[in-house]
Design a protein around this ligand. Structure first.
Ligand code: HEM
Length: 177
């Protein structure tokens, strides 16, 4: 009986082994575990990859035009901390009897301070005052756009971010004409 051995990723190439039939004639499945290979092959297995955008590259490797200051979030302001915080505290900051509010563009434009910071995203209104300090892109950029429809900017910076999930507790109502 012959066995076909499928090489695993990064496995160093070896001479094909000679097939050996088991004495009792039963089928035998054979697996191979990648051996500890050369330094280069181990390097390839690193996650994230050394040239990934998740890795901060040396300044010399980034074109000046695309450099952006990374925001340092305060301790206990990670995404996980936000998940806990938003369920423990009232982050809507509105009278519950008014929920869901129906907001015009004019009304939205009145909520522009860090303590009263509303934005429209995808036709929905969110009070993001409590979220500001947890935003990985920083407080400033959000406050600058407070009281506005941020959908286009949001999509420009991070269309992969699920705002409906992150801001579910901050949802206060809908945009109306
Ligand atoms: C209000 C809803 C928003 C939420 C929930 C949100 C959420 C996030 C999240 C989760 C990240 C990290 C993305 C990642 O690492 O892949 C991020 C980064 C960022 N956000 Fe937002 N964001 C919002 C609005 C905005 C707006 C309106 C702007 C721009 C006007 C903006 C600008 C940025 C920037 C520049 C970064 C990049 C930070 C970096 O590269 O270190 N965000 N945001």
């Amino acid at each position: 009986m012959s066995h076909t051995k499928v090489p695993l990723i990064n496995e160093p190439e070896k001479e094909p082994e000679k097939a050996s039939a088991p004495a009792n004639g039963s089928k035998t499945l054979r697996f191979s575990v990648p051996a500890r290979s050369s330094k280069a092959a181990q390097h390839e297995r690193l996650f994230p990859a050394p040239n990934s955008p998740q890795v901060i590259q040396p300044l010399s490797a980034t074109p000046a035009a695309s450099r952006r200051e990374k925001v340092r979030l305060a301790p206990h302001h990670s995404a996980l901390d936000w998940e806990r915080h938003k369920h423990e505290k009232d982050v809507k900051h509105i009278d519950p009897s008014c929920f869901p509010v129906r907001i015009t563009k004019e009304e939205l434009s009145k909520h522009t301070s860090p303590h009263d910071c509303w934005v429209a995203l995808g036709g929905k209104i969110y009070n993001i005052s409590s979220y500001l300090d947890y935003h990985p892109g920083g407080v400033g950029i959000l406050v600058k756009n407070a009281g506005k429809d941020c959908t286009a900017l949001f999509m420009k910076y991070h269309r992969w971010v699920n705002f409906e999930r992150i801001l579910d507790e901050c949802f206060i109502g809908f945009m109306v004409r």
